[in-house]
Design a protein around this ligand. Sequence first.
Ligand code: ATR
Length: 282
Amino acid sequence: LDVYAVAGNPIAHSKSPTIHQLFAKQAEQKMHYGRLQIDLNHFANAAQSFFAAGGKGMNVTVPFKLDARDFADLLSPRAQLAGAVNTLSIQEGKIYGDNTDGAGLVRDLHAQGIELQGKRILMLGAGGAARGVLGPLLEQSPKCMTVANRSNAKATELVELFGELAKKYQVTLESCTLAQLEDSGTTNSPWDLIINATAASLGDSSPIGSQAASKIFSPGSFAYDMVYGKPTLFMQQALQGGARVSDGLGMLVEQAADAFLIWRGSNLSQAIDPRAILVELR
Ligand code: ATR
């Protein structure tokens, strides 16, 4: 039986085992998918043991996505750009690191009727979660994207890092601080899509104050919080502003679909139905 696992810390509440069991059922695949709680600073050892014992593939979540990048022998271009790995597989005897988060987000947005071409995107946050999805978003050729972060340095760094890609897809990419966003707005506003990629929702807060919220959200805009499992303050603000909202559960399912196909073969893409699984999870 081929063995897979999701590695993280904490990991007890991860929905990934359920999701992959449902994919396996849809595609009639015999496989085992478990949870791996790894102590901080021990990722490489644990991953080494897992693959040495015959493990075929691993999903990686908080806080090990950078460790997984360092652990991989080879990286996909999108994992390189994301600077993080969420899917490890074995390709020709080597550990291959990929990142399916951004593709998962884009597919979830499409499934919810949100097209990105020519649109104005506001990305809140400039940490690992934001960096992980920026490439696939830019490749959709939005009109412009603003990366707004609490601290300025990380936002400017990201914009620099993705400058070339933005140019290639003719996207006006700019950075600002959350405070600037609240004070003066930016040249790129108003927004069609506002993505919360900060860790604020985990601590029950929102990256934007209530006054700024009334400027940022509007009827016709779409607000996406990458977290799932609860209605967040960010989502409540967005609803109050008349925006449509989504949590990140669809992204979780869609990134898992890509991982499943990397491991079990892309020929199974017709056999799986991520949207049906999303309905089942809700
Ligand atoms: P992750 O992998 O979740 O992105 P990270 O790399 O530590 O984790 O990044 C966390 C992000 O959330 C950062 O953009 C952080 O802002 P700073 O760079 O200024 O620290 C942002 N963040 C965390 N808590 C926040 C809060 N309460 N309000 C606004 N932004 C917050």
